[in-house]
Write a protein that binds this ligand. Sequence first.
Ligand SMILES: [Ca+2]
Length: 181
Amino acid sequence: MFYGYTSPFHLSPKAPKKAKKKSADSNSNVFSIFEQSQIQEFKEAFTIMDQNRDGFIDKNDLRDTFAALGRLNVKQEEIDEMLKEASGPVNFTIFLTMFGEKLKGADPEETILNAFKVFDPEGKGVLRKDFVTEMLTTQADRFSPEEMEQMFAAFPPDVAGNLDYKNLVHIITHGEEKDQE
Ligand SMILES: [Ca+2]
Protein backbone atom coordinates (compact mmCIF):
# COMPACT_ATOMS: atom_id res chain seq x y z
CA MET A 1 0.00 0.00 0.00
CA PHE A 2 1.23 3.43 -0.80
CA TYR A 3 -0.60 5.24 1.92
CA GLY A 4 2.02 6.72 4.14
CA TYR A 5 -0.28 8.29 6.60
CA THR A 6 -2.19 6.71 9.38
CA SER A 7 -5.77 7.63 9.75
CA PRO A 8 -6.93 8.43 13.24
CA PHE A 9 -9.98 6.30 12.58
CA HIS A 10 -7.80 3.43 11.64
CA LEU A 11 -5.99 3.50 14.92
CA SER A 12 -8.82 4.02 17.30
CA PRO A 13 -9.79 0.72 18.90
CA LYS A 14 -13.36 1.11 17.86
CA ALA A 15 -15.64 4.00 17.32
CA PRO A 16 -17.46 4.63 20.54
CA LYS A 17 -20.87 3.08 20.45
CA LYS A 18 -23.65 5.47 19.76
CA ALA A 19 -25.91 6.26 22.63
CA LYS A 20 -28.04 3.22 23.27
CA LYS A 21 -31.27 4.26 21.78
CA LYS A 22 -31.12 6.15 18.57
CA SER A 23 -33.74 8.79 18.56
CA ALA A 24 -36.02 8.78 15.56
CA ASP A 25 -33.59 6.98 13.34
CA SER A 26 -33.23 9.67 10.75
CA ASN A 27 -30.23 7.94 9.28
CA SER A 28 -31.57 4.47 8.72
CA ASN A 29 -34.49 5.83 6.76
CA VAL A 30 -32.19 6.68 3.94
CA PHE A 31 -31.91 3.01 3.14
CA SER A 32 -35.57 2.89 2.31
CA ILE A 33 -35.25 5.65 -0.26
CA PHE A 34 -33.26 3.47 -2.60
CA GLU A 35 -33.67 0.16 -4.29
CA GLN A 36 -31.37 -2.56 -3.06
CA SER A 37 -29.52 -2.43 -6.36
CA GLN A 38 -28.99 1.29 -6.01
CA ILE A 39 -27.62 0.87 -2.53
CA GLN A 40 -25.22 -1.68 -3.92
CA GLU A 41 -24.02 0.82 -6.51
CA PHE A 42 -23.46 3.40 -3.81
CA LYS A 43 -21.64 0.86 -1.73
CA GLU A 44 -19.29 0.22 -4.61
CA ALA A 45 -18.64 3.89 -5.11
CA PHE A 46 -18.05 4.28 -1.40
CA THR A 47 -15.63 1.38 -1.33
CA ILE A 48 -13.68 2.86 -4.19
CA MET A 49 -13.40 6.21 -2.49
CA ASP A 50 -12.50 4.74 0.88
CA GLN A 51 -8.96 4.25 -0.25
CA ASN A 52 -7.55 3.02 3.05
CA ARG A 53 -10.55 0.79 3.74
CA ASP A 54 -11.33 1.97 7.22
CA GLY A 55 -15.00 2.49 6.59
CA PHE A 56 -14.83 6.26 6.46
CA ILE A 57 -14.21 8.70 3.68
CA ASP A 58 -12.02 11.50 4.86
CA LYS A 59 -9.83 14.13 3.30
CA ASN A 60 -6.96 11.72 2.83
CA ASP A 61 -9.20 9.29 1.02
CA LEU A 62 -10.37 11.99 -1.32
CA ARG A 63 -6.84 13.14 -1.92
CA ASP A 64 -5.75 9.58 -2.70
CA THR A 65 -8.76 9.08 -4.91
CA PHE A 66 -7.90 12.16 -6.90
CA ALA A 67 -4.30 11.02 -7.08
CA ALA A 68 -5.47 7.71 -8.47
CA LEU A 69 -7.25 9.73 -11.11
CA GLY A 70 -4.09 11.53 -12.03
CA ARG A 71 -4.92 14.73 -10.25
CA LEU A 72 -2.11 15.42 -7.88
CA ASN A 73 -2.71 19.08 -7.24
CA VAL A 74 -6.16 19.08 -5.78
CA LYS A 75 -6.80 22.19 -3.80
CA GLN A 76 -7.57 21.85 -0.15
CA GLU A 77 -10.66 23.98 -0.68
CA GLU A 78 -11.97 21.52 -3.22
CA ILE A 79 -11.74 18.71 -0.74
CA ASP A 80 -13.22 20.78 2.02
CA GLU A 81 -16.08 21.67 -0.27
CA MET A 82 -16.83 18.02 -0.92
CA LEU A 83 -16.90 17.20 2.76
CA LYS A 84 -18.48 20.29 4.14
CA GLU A 85 -21.94 18.82 4.13
CA ALA A 86 -20.86 16.18 6.60
CA SER A 87 -20.20 17.23 10.14
CA GLY A 88 -17.67 14.48 10.76
CA PRO A 89 -16.13 11.36 9.28
CA VAL A 90 -18.25 10.04 6.46
CA ASN A 91 -19.31 6.45 6.91
CA PHE A 92 -21.50 4.67 4.42
CA THR A 93 -24.77 5.71 6.02
CA ILE A 94 -23.77 9.34 5.99
CA PHE A 95 -22.48 9.00 2.47
CA LEU A 96 -25.81 7.56 1.41
CA THR A 97 -27.63 10.29 3.24
CA MET A 98 -25.61 12.99 1.50
CA PHE A 99 -26.35 11.48 -1.88
CA GLY A 100 -29.85 10.51 -0.91
CA GLU A 101 -30.92 14.08 -0.51
CA LYS A 102 -29.88 14.76 -4.06
CA LEU A 103 -30.81 11.52 -5.70
CA LYS A 104 -34.28 10.68 -4.54
CA GLY A 105 -36.01 8.97 -7.39
CA ALA A 106 -32.91 8.87 -9.51
CA ASP A 107 -32.65 5.99 -11.90
CA PRO A 108 -29.68 3.62 -11.72
CA GLU A 109 -27.96 5.22 -14.67
CA GLU A 110 -28.11 8.61 -13.06
CA THR A 111 -27.00 7.14 -9.78
CA ILE A 112 -23.87 5.62 -11.23
CA LEU A 113 -23.26 8.67 -13.34
CA ASN A 114 -23.29 10.78 -10.23
CA ALA A 115 -20.84 8.43 -8.58
CA PHE A 116 -18.50 8.92 -11.52
CA LYS A 117 -19.03 12.66 -11.44
CA VAL A 118 -17.63 12.76 -7.94
CA PHE A 119 -14.32 11.90 -9.54
CA ASP A 120 -14.75 14.52 -12.18
CA PRO A 121 -15.25 17.74 -10.25
CA GLU A 122 -14.29 19.84 -13.23
CA GLY A 123 -17.07 18.26 -15.23
CA LYS A 124 -14.87 17.25 -18.11
CA GLY A 125 -16.98 14.19 -18.77
CA VAL A 126 -13.98 11.90 -18.95
CA LEU A 127 -12.01 9.77 -16.54
CA ARG A 128 -8.68 8.04 -16.81
CA LYS A 129 -9.04 4.70 -18.53
CA ASP A 130 -6.74 3.06 -15.99
CA PHE A 131 -8.82 4.23 -13.13
CA VAL A 132 -12.08 3.13 -14.69
CA THR A 133 -10.59 -0.26 -15.41
CA GLU A 134 -9.41 -0.72 -11.88
CA MET A 135 -12.69 0.48 -10.51
CA LEU A 136 -14.77 -1.90 -12.57
CA THR A 137 -12.59 -4.96 -12.41
CA THR A 138 -11.36 -4.88 -8.85
CA GLN A 139 -14.10 -3.07 -7.00
CA ALA A 140 -17.39 -3.52 -8.71
CA ASP A 141 -16.56 -7.19 -9.01
CA ARG A 142 -18.48 -7.76 -12.13
CA PHE A 143 -16.31 -6.97 -15.13
CA SER A 144 -13.78 -9.44 -16.41
CA PRO A 145 -10.70 -8.24 -18.32
CA GLU A 146 -12.35 -9.57 -21.46
CA GLU A 147 -15.43 -7.52 -20.82
CA MET A 148 -13.32 -4.43 -20.24
CA GLU A 149 -11.59 -5.05 -23.55
CA GLN A 150 -14.90 -5.31 -25.32
CA MET A 151 -16.06 -2.16 -23.65
CA PHE A 152 -12.99 -0.18 -24.60
CA ALA A 153 -13.24 -1.56 -28.11
CA ALA A 154 -16.75 -0.22 -28.37
CA PHE A 155 -15.94 3.05 -26.67
CA PRO A 156 -12.25 3.66 -27.06
CA PRO A 157 -10.54 6.16 -24.79
CA ASP A 158 -8.88 9.08 -26.50
CA VAL A 159 -5.15 9.18 -27.14
CA ALA A 160 -4.51 10.62 -23.72
CA GLY A 161 -6.19 7.64 -22.11
CA ASN A 162 -9.34 9.46 -21.11
CA LEU A 163 -12.66 7.72 -21.28
CA ASP A 164 -16.07 9.23 -21.80
CA TYR A 165 -17.72 7.80 -18.72
CA LYS A 166 -21.21 8.81 -19.72
CA ASN A 167 -21.09 6.29 -22.52
CA LEU A 168 -19.63 3.80 -20.16
CA VAL A 169 -22.37 4.27 -17.60
CA HIS A 170 -24.92 3.87 -20.31
CA ILE A 171 -23.43 0.52 -21.25
CA ILE A 172 -23.25 -0.56 -17.65
CA THR A 173 -26.87 0.19 -17.00
CA HIS A 174 -28.42 -0.66 -20.34
CA GLY A 175 -26.10 -3.23 -21.77
CA GLU A 176 -24.49 -2.96 -25.14
CA GLU A 177 -27.07 -2.93 -27.94
CA LYS A 178 -29.11 -5.77 -26.46
CA ASP A 179 -30.95 -3.63 -24.03
CA GLN A 180 -33.81 -5.98 -23.38
CA GLU A 181 -33.49 -7.99 -20.25
CA1 LIG B 1 -10.92 5.90 4.74
